[in-house]
Design a protein around this ligand. Structure first.
Ligand SMILES: Cc1cc2nc3c(=O)[nH]c(=O)nc-3n(C[C@H](O)[C@H](O)[C@H](O)COP(=O)(O)OP(=O)(O)OC[C@H]3O[C@@H](n4cnc5c(N)ncnc54)[C@H](O)[C@@H]3O)c2cc1C
Length: 283
């Protein structure tokens, strides 16, 4: 047997799942399974005790799908990365999710992995986090009494992505005036996990930047904002030099946790080019 013996739970509704999520001690949630099943197999080979209960979300239809109403995009927890990639509902600045999904691993993984797993798995390098922080996304959770709790992606990752309730969906407000760019750097030329991810969203009043949010994933800490950079950009106007000038206004602690000079440098290259791309779209 590949896995240690376990009890598989297959709730049919979100509420049933939220109750089991609270009640079952010694349990793990199964979404797409791309991390969980691997980790259960690996732990077994190391003869480490594994969870006695697995709570699968696969049969809960109300946790699946993407919709767009009242200027708000809703992506439910069990939506696969490839479904987001192929969605016709990603328009305006939300189209950036298409580029983010395209970069995630391979087709077979994208056909299994879910947005819920990506955001809540607590691996610091998964890349939806920085994007959701930059887009000011709201994460929705359900408790065992059926009450919904909404936490901004920013606060969720500030709290080390601790997920005490069932994650049900994420919502993002569409802003027709917003522009956004995304950069990710990987170690090799092949399909690879990111070394860093940077997402910059802004709005322009003429050439003046405002409402800028910079989501950073340095892959060591959870996704976070660079507030110093945002403050600088919000006082700036688009120009050919802005990318360079911005590099003097970073929060060093975010970038310099990366040990090697190469990694610290490549962060600056990515930010500069992201800001330049936004300027080019505005000049
Ligand atoms: C080979 C490989 C390459 C990858 N490359 C990338 C990459 O380049 N970029 C990237 O961003 N990601 C990458 N990933 C991660 C992938 O995108 C998935 O996000 C990740 O595998 C987990 O998603 P899943 O749906 O399979 O979750 P699962 O493995 O099923 O679950 C993982 C954990 O997430 C939590 N969880 C899931 N859903 C919920 C929920 N609704 N409520 C509460 N907790 C929940 C649970 O703790 C669960 O145990 C890669 C994964 C693999 C295996």
């Amino acid at each position: 047997m590949l896995l240690n013996p376990l009890t598989l739970h297959l709730p049919k509704t979100s509420l049933e799942a939220a109750r089991l999520y609270k009640e079952l001690e010694d349990s793990k949630v199964l979404a797409g399974g791309t991390f969980l099943l691997n980790s259960l197999k690996l732990l077994k080979t190391k003869r480490t005790k594994t969870a006695g209960h697995v709570l699968s979300l696969g049969k809960i239809d109300e946790l699946k799908g993407i919709s767009f109403h009242n200027d708000t995009l809703t992506i439910k927890a069990m939506t696969r990365i490839n479904e987001i990639f192929e969605s016709p509902l990603l328009s305006g600045h939300l189209r950036i999710l298409h580029a983010v999904c395209r970069n995630i691993s391979t087709n077979p993984i994208r056909n299994m992995a879910t947005i819920g797993g990506n955001l809540t798995c607590r691996y610091t390098w998964t890349e939806m986090g920085a994007v959701m922080v930059a887009l000011d996304a709201q994460m929705h959770f359900l408790d065992s009494d059926g009450h919904e709790e909404i936490i901004s992606a920013e606060n969720f990752f500030k709290n080390a992505a601790r997920c005490e309730k069932l994650f049900t969906h994420v919502t993002i407000k569409s802003k027709p005036t917003a522009s956004v760019v995304y950069r990710r750097v990987k170690k090799t030329l092949h399909v690879d996990i990111p070394l860093l991810a940077v997402c910059v969203k802004t709005e322009f009043n003429g050439k003046q930047w405002f409402n800028t949010r910079v989501g950073i994933n340095n892959t060591i800490a959870f996704a976070q904002r660079d507030l110093v950079l945002e403050e600088f950009l919000n006082k700036s106007i688009s120009s050919q030099d802005l990318g360079n000038e911005a590099l003097a206004h970073l929060t060093p602690a975010i970038y310099d946790t990366r040990a090697s000079e190469y990694k610290q440098h490549i962060f600056r290259v990515s930010l500069k080019s992201a800001i330049e791309e936004l300027c080019d779209s505005n000049i």
